[in-house]
Design a protein around this ligand. Structure first.
Ligand SMILES: [Ca+2]
Length: 209
């Protein structure tokens, strides 16, 4: 997909000429011209040299260098930043997941409702004391956001194999539409919808692959 995009026939010069011709033909306003050209040139990263912030057309700044790229080139399968940061699997996985702060609030709400050891039912014995042995709620939320698969999640938090397999069985039950297992874990009827939605969102973004 991105390979085709990157082999624009005639290169940037021809693309510019085409863009100008189209603008002249259609009489597009200035703003449209700017957006058009930005998109045509989007595959050429801009190197910043003046220390100023990125141009609005290319708002994403690569962390390891001064290159700015268009949002469209994040996680598109082709590296644009030096070191390929824009294709970092953790970044690209997190982009598909609920925001970390949302996940953290969700876990906090379950702990507030059921007590500090409640999440042992999901994540196993290391999830007692409000997830302290796992590094705390935020660390677990970040791992849920960035881990491409449940095995990556287990590795990130050093979960025991048996705990990981239990968690996998919970996810698989949800994937198969079996909410009986969630109920058996003590999740309240009023929470079932949210818990199911949360787990499904992870499954939908490759957590069980
Ligand atoms: Ca890219």
């Amino acid at each position: 997909m991105s390979v085709a995009r990157r082999s624009v026939v005639g290169g940037p010069r021809a693309a510019l000429a085409l863009g100008l011709a189209l603008v002249a033909l259609l009489g597009l306003p200035r703003a449209a011209l700017a957006i058009d050209l930005a998109r045509l040139y989007g595959h050429v990263p801009v190197k910043r040299t003046d220390g100023e912030s990125c141009h609005p057309y290319k708002p994403f700044k690569c962390p390891e260098d001064d290159t700015c790229i268009s949002i469209q080139y994040l996680c598109d399968g082709a590296p644009d930043c030096r070191e390929g940061y824009d294709e970092d699997p953790r970044l690209c996985t997190a982009a598909k997941r609920p925001p970390v702060e949302e996940t953290a609030s969700f876990l906090q709400a379950l702990l507030a409702s059921h007590g500090p050891n409640y999440l042992e039912k999901l994540f196993g014995s290391k999830a007692r004391d409000a997830l302290a042995p796992l590094g705390g709620v935020n660390k677990v939320a970040i791992a849920l956001s960035e881990s491409q698969t449940i095995d990556d999640f287990g590795a990130a938090l050093h979960l025991m194999r048996s705990d990981l397999e239990h968690l996998r069985s919970v996810f698989m039950a949800v994937e198969n539409g079996d909410i009986g297992l969630l109920k058996s874990l003590g999740i309240k009827d009023s929470e079932l919808g949210d818990v199911k939605f949360f787990l499904e969102k992870l499954v939908d973004t490759g957590f069980l692959d």
